[in-house]
Design a protein around this ligand. Structure first.
Ligand SMILES: [Zn+2]
Length: 185
């Protein structure tokens, strides 16, 4: 190998390495961009779930759910409340056993609203604000074909909800292959 040849080879290696580094950096930047973009949309839909939660007349807990497709179009929304035509009087809302019998949870209401409109939630992402998802809603969310649930936090000071989330809902989501994202808000 001539001296010039060795020099060219060294330069090629150097160029190859810098190209490699360049591509690595570009890939990290692309990942970062995708991460930031996903995070931005997660925050937007979670803000919307929070807004919808506030429509609930339940004085003790206000929960909101927003289901979107993979193009980030809104498919259905729901908040916790009584069925259509069932009057949510202060007396009924104050009577816990009666309230629990009548109330439809936000997640379930989003599923029912999708059904009412003839919209499939197959492959959808559901944002839920307020409380971790209860096992009754979790199994229906799974069965409706929702593939991803996003919650702001998986911690609540309501001990019973915390327990059933950790012991029932979360394991069900994991076993059925539904992705769970906790935003850590
Ligand atoms: Zn529920």
């Amino acid at each position: 190998m001539s001296k010039m040849g060795a020099y060219v080879l060294d330069q090629q290696i150097e160029e190859y390495e810098s190209y490699h580094n360049y591509m690595g950096r570009r890939m990290r930047e692309a990942d970062r961009y995708e991460y930031d973009r996903d995070q931005k949309w997660h925050n937007r839909f979670m803000d919307m779930a929070l807004l919808i939660a506030d429509w609930s007349k339940d004085p003790s807990s206000k929960i909101g759910a927003v289901a979107v497709n993979d193009e980030r179009r809104i498919l259905a929304t729901g908040y916790n409340g009584f069925p259509k035509g069932i009057e949510d009087t202060p007396e009924r809302l104050a009577n816990r056993p009666e309230k629990h019998q009548l109330v439809i949870h936000a997640e379930m209401n989003a599923l029912m609203n999708a059904l009412y409109s003839g919209v499939s939630l197959k492959g959808a992402t559901m944002y839920v604000y307020g409380l971790p998802i209860c096992p009754d809603c979790a199994k229906c969310v799974i069965q409706a074909g929702v593939k991803h649930v996003v919650i702001p936090t998986d911690k609540t000071d309501k001990g019973e909800w915390q327990k059933v989330w950790e012991e029932k809902s979360l394991p069900m989501f994991k076993e059925s292959g539904v992705k769970v994202t906790v935003l850590g808000m």
